[in-house]
Structures are given as structure tokens and as C-alpha cells.
Design a protein around this ligand. Structure first.
Ligand code: TXA
Ligand code: MG
Length: 315
């Protein structure tokens, strides 16, 4: 019996398994087991009615949980799965328990691109409901030790797949009534979504129609996060005053002139920024910093998702 067999057994008896994906670690439960889903919400500390993404092992299972997904949804699935894209599509009645979608008529679905996740999902064969494996509102985990530190014994098994390759969550795209709307920027750039569907897509990552939960401050470390463009860092640090322990997070090629601050291990490029973002915010807490002054990467590719998460962490 290997680790995946053990994980399948835990899911089958209604337990919780944390597993790696290419984006962040997920906290998984059997999407067809109401008791397992209730425990998932309790451990996560997540408000009921805040829907959870269903993870599948194969794009061919989309129709098991979705009801007549649109051409656009199928095109996005074909082009991006396995990968960091979540589709919100009409939900097939009875396929998963109501708690997973907070009673909505839609369901969020994705096929993650991580060999351990795919192995687990394919052997389990049913949908696995999984939010990011952190307590509600905290920084998402991108390594197995982050999950253990956050959730301790509340999770029955943690599969260790090493550090996550992408590092920020999936892009969420709603494909409903012929409209294509990005609800959360993430691992797949919005320009790539538009290219696949062959038309402009709207971004609604704020407001009522957006994914529930995206309004609150999120992704926050204990340290306060302040976002500053490169030429504003010195002034921001001065304004914070001498009594605070301050860290600066910026790309390696951003020159800093301020002294008396801790430079957090700098990301090499935009992709690396996404990969290490959450680990650096955790470093800030480990170093007992009061404030992190973060210089966002350029708004190119996955840089948009990094800027989004920093802005939310700063609220
Ligand atoms: O990369 C990811 O997406 C990670 C990994 C583990 O797959 N998961 C993740 O899950 O970020 P979570 O629960 O932290 O965020 C899921 C988001 C929430 O904002 C939720 O409101 C939205 O997806 N969502 C899920 N189902 C939805 C639905 N039917 N309609 C609108 N939003 C939905
Ligand atoms: Mg989350």
C-alpha cells in the first residue's frame, strides 16, 4: 500500500487529505459525501455558502458534474487542462452534494497539473472538493510543511509533492449564458483565455457577481502588507518610522536605497515571484516583521495575479 492508496482510503471513509497541485496545496474531501464536506468547511473555518472547487482527474469527467457546458467551456478545458484553470459552469443535479457549491446552480471544476494530484484523483475516480489548504483568509500553502503548520492534526493525511510550480491559485472563468467572465486572475493569463475563446473576456473579480469570498481581505500574513512601486519604497519606509520591523519584497533587479530594512529573498523574475510569493509572506511572519513593503512585478503574464494577491493582502 503506497501513499496514494492510503490517501484514497482516507477520502473513501470521509476523511481529509491535503495534496499538492501546481498552484497551491488543496485540502480535499469526497465531493459526494455530505459529512466529509461538513468537516471540510469546519476545519477550513470557511463560511457555509462559499463554494469549493471540484477537482477531477480527467477532462473527460467534466460532464459528470457539469450540465451541458458551453463550447467555450469545452475549448478552455481542452486547451488548459490539466492546468491552473477553474471553470464555473452549470451544475449537473445530484452529481455532488449541495454543500460543495453552497447550494448554487453552478459548479467550479478543474483538473490540476501535478502528478501526485492526478494519480490520487484518477485512482479515487470521484470528484474531490478542495479549497486551498489554509485556514480561511490566511496565506495559501505552497509546500507540505505550510499545510502541517497551519492545519496540524485537523488534516488526516498530507501528500508531500514538494514546492508548487506555479505558486498562485488557478484563474477562475465563468462560462454561463454565453458570457465569459474572469472571476479571479491566476495561473493562466487573461490574454491566453481570450486567445482560446477567440473574443474579449470581461474581468469581474470584484462585486456581487464575482466569486464569493473574493471581496474580503485575503491571503494575509500577520504582518501588515503595504504595496509600493519601486520609486516610492524609500518614502513609504520613512513614513512608517523607525520603530517597526520592516521587510521589503521586490524582484532581484529592483535596487533599494533604504537601510535598516530586511530584504526578503528576492524573486528572480515574474514567474519566480508567483512561485515564492506566499513563502515570502510566511517568512515575514517567521522573522516577526511588522510590515512588508512589497514592490509588485510588472503587469505581464502571471504578474497580474501576483499584483492582485498583493493588493488583497494589503487590505
Ligand atoms: O488553484 C486553486 O484554485 C486552488 C487549488 C487547491 O486547486 N484552490 C483554491 O480554492 O484556490 P479556494 O477555495 O481557496 O478558492 C476557490 C474560489 C473561491 O473564491 C470560490 O468562491 C470560487 O472559487 N468558486 C468555487 N465555486 C464557484 C462557483 N460555483 N461560482 C463562483 N465561484 C466559485
Ligand atoms: Mg483560498
Amino acid at each position: 500500500m503506497d501513499d496514494i492508496d492510503r490517501a484514497v482510503a482516507v477520502l473513501a471513509r470521509g476523511g481529509l487529505v491535503a495534496f499538492p497541485t501546481e498552484t497551491v496545496y488543496g485540502l480535499g474531501a469526497d465531493a459526494t459525501n455530505a459529512d466529509a464536506i461538513a468537516r471540510l468547511y469546519a476545519v477550513k473555518g470557511r463560511p457555509l455558502g462559499h463554494p469549493v472547487i471540484v477537482h477531477l482527474g480527467d477532462a473527460g469527467q467534466l460532464d459528470d458534474v457539469a450540465l451541458e457546458p458551453s463550447h467555450a467551456a469545452r475549448a478552455l478545458a481542452a486547451a488548459c487542462w490539466p492546468g491552473p484553470l477553474t471553470l464555473v459552469v452549470p451544475r449537473r443535479a445530484g452529481a455532488i452534494v449541495d454543500g460543495v457549491t453552497g447550494g448554487r446552480a453552478t459548479v467550479g471544476v478543474r483538473v490540476p497539473a501535478h502528478p501526485l494530484a492526478l494519480d490520487l484523483l484518477r485512482r479515487f475516480a470521484r470528484g474531490v472538493a478542495a479549497p486551498s489548504a489554509n485556514r480561511f483568509g490566511r496565506v495559501s500553502p505552497t509546500a507540505a510543511e505550510h499545510v502541517r503548520n497551519d492545519l496540524g492534526d485537523d488534516v488526516d493525511l498530507v501528500l508531500d509533492g514538494g514546492p508548487c510550480e506555479v505558486g498562485v491559485e488557478s484563474t477562475i472563468v465563468a462560462c454561463l449564458d454565453d458570457r465569459i467572465t474572469v472571476l479571479r486572475v491566476g495561473g493562466v493569463p487573461v490574454a491566453r483565455i481570450a486567445e482560446i475563446v477567440g473574443r474579449d473576456v470581461s474581468i469581474a473579480d470584484r462585486g456581487e457577481i464575482a466569486a464569493p469570498g473574493t471581496l474580503e481581505a485575503h491571503y494575509s500574513p500577520r504582518a501588515r502588507v503595504v504595496v509600493a512601486e519601486p520609486d516610492a519604497v524609500d518614502d513609504r519606509v520613512d513614513a512608517l518610522g523607525p520603530d517597526l520591523a520592516i521587510g521589503v519584497l521586490a524582484l532581484a533587479d529592483v535596487a533599494l536605497h533604504v537601510t535598516g530594512v530586511t530584504r526578503l529573498d528576492p524573486p528572480r523574475d515574474i514567474d519566480d515571484y508567483a512561485r515564492v510569493l506566499y513563502a515570502r509572506l510566511r517568512d515575514a511572519d517567521r522573522l516577526a516583521l511588522d510590515v512588508v513593503v512589497a514592490v509588485p512585478p510588472p503587469d505581464v503574464g502571471i504578474g497580474a495575479a501576483v499584483r492582485d494577491r498583493l493588493t488583497r493582502a494589503a487590505r
